[in-house]
Design a protein around this ligand. Structure first.
Ligand code: BGC
Length: 441
């Protein structure tokens, strides 16, 4: 008899996720470094600096921590600007270092999941307009070919691009990411080029490695009508969800990028995903409002009653996790929760957030939705993009001055979950008694 009553499928992947620019340190050849050096772009003028110093070797201790805590997988990313510091040069030492990190994972019995693009672009690519022109596609293809060629004997699980929708929203719709533009048409062009980049990456990886599993990571936002009985709200919420959640992944199914107000045909993208990665954090209510032109006439607000995270960034909507997985079934591929987590420097709320969201993943698994893994964001506090060091998502805290890691209680909770492949009532009683009513009514 399993000790847990909330029990996950056999072989479930349990891990944490990180990204190159957020943990490596010393990345000075990419768009984010330039952004950090520009006044007013990052909260408090923070810089990534050494961050978790993985490039200086700290990945070893951090991966030891992950393995000791019974995780069996880790999701990391490769920094394009390191592997290809200029258009005509490959840095073989950098590639060798990535090989070492990945071998380090395998030695620790952590299945590597590798992301090829996680927000940061090489400076030389930025100078060429980055993803704004389709000239990026052959560059991305060569980069992917190079990386996959170097890592194919160790990595099978690939994420081509992390959150294309956030990249576009952040960089082209006023969301605080570089290049800091506000141009919906250009944003759509960027998204289309990301679809093309994904498609070519998918084919390139499979040509090198026929048994690879290739997907991308979608940022899914749970958008619900503020007044469920009021058709304009329902219509608006559905429209916003369609644009935000479905545009990119829809193109991988149909070969058409359908952004409602404009459609672009990209036939080569059809059928280019072996699984769908879902990054789920939060949701909003959407209310039809003629004065909200900036929000496409659907004003978004926090669901009443949702517990808010430490800095107000995340409203906790655990049911949204189930809705995300339920919605994702239409793509007919296995699913992975490639990110989920909350910023919480004192670890007061993380245990509850974690267990309540995992319960929803379990519900989905019970309906035989093909959910194969879960990656908590993140292993250790790291550089939170335009929010700098104001948010702490790590299981482990980071003292930036000394590089010391600070063990948060959730380390032990997540270790117990990974070890047992589930959640027990004892765990809820011990780590988040406030969730007892919800999880064990
Ligand atoms: C991104 C991560 C980020 C996390 C928390 C996700 O959208 O993929 O890079 O750190 O959100 O903000």
């Amino acid at each position: 008899m399993p000790k847990t009553s909330i029990h996950f499928p056999a072989g479930f992947l349990w891990g944490t996720a990180t990204a190159s620019h957020q943990v490596e340190g010393g990345n000075t050849n990419n768009n984010w470094y330039q952004w950090e050096m520009t006044e007013g772009k990052i909260k408090n003028g923070d810089r990534s600096g050494l961050t978790c110093n993985w490039w200086g070797g700290k990945w070893k201790d951090d991966l030891d921590r992950a393995a000791e805590a019974h995780q069996n997988s880790h999701r990391m990313s490769i920094e394009w600007s390191r592997v290809q510091p200029s258009p005509d040069r490959w840095d073989e030492d950098a590639l060798e270092y990535y090989r070492q990190i990945i071998r380090g994972m395998i030695d620790r019995k952590l299945v590597p999941m590798v992301t090829l693009h996680h927000f940061s672009d090489p400076l030389w690519l930025m100078e060429m307009g980055a993803w704004e022109t389709d000239a990026v596609v052959p560059y991305f293809q060569r980069y992917v070919e190079k990386v996959v060629g170097a890592l194919k004997d160790t990595v099978k699980l690939w994420v081509t691009i992390n959150e294309p929708n956030v990249y576009v929203w952040g960089g082209y719709m006023g969301g605080g990411f570089p290049p800091g533009k506000n141009d919906m048409n250009l944003g759509l062009q960027v998204l289309a080029n990301m679809v093309r980049g994904h498609a070519v990456a998918y084919k390139t990886i499979h040509a090198v490695q026929p048994d690879a599993r290739v997907g991308f990571a979608l940022n899914y936002r749970d958008l619900q009508p503020a007044r469920p009985g009021f058709p304009p709200d329902v219509w608006m919420a559905n429209l916003q969800a369609k644009i935000y959640n479905e545009t990119f992944v829809g193109a991988l199914k149909t070969g058409k990028l359908d952004a409602v107000f404009k459609k672009i045909s990209i036939p080569e993208a059809m059928g280019t995903q072996d699984y769908l990665g879902i990054n789920y954090y939060t949701g909003d209510l959407v209310k039809f409002d003629l004065t909200a032109a900036g929000e496409m006439f659907g004003r978004r607000s926090t669901p009443p009653g949702a517990v808010m995270s430490e800095t107000g960034f995340i409203a906790s909507v655990p049911d949204g996790m189930f809705r995300a997985l339920h919605w994702a079934r239409r793509y007919n591929v296995p699913l992975m929760v490639t990110e989920n987590g909350v910023e919480d420097s004192e670890d007061k709320f993380r245990p509850r957030y974690l267990m309540e969201h995992l319960e929803q993943v379990w519900r989905a698994a019970n309906y035989n939705y093909r959910v194969e893994g879960y990656y908590l964001w993140s292993l250790v506090d790291n550089f939170e993009w335009e929010r700098g060091w104001t948010q702490r998502f790590g299981l482990w805290g980071l003292d930036l001055e000394t590089q010391a890691r600070i063990r948060r209680p959730s380390v032990d909770l997540y270790a117990a979950i990974c070890l047992e492949n589930g959640i027990s009532k004892d765990m809820v009683e011990r780590w988040a008694p406030e969730s007892l009513e919800r999880l064990y009514p």
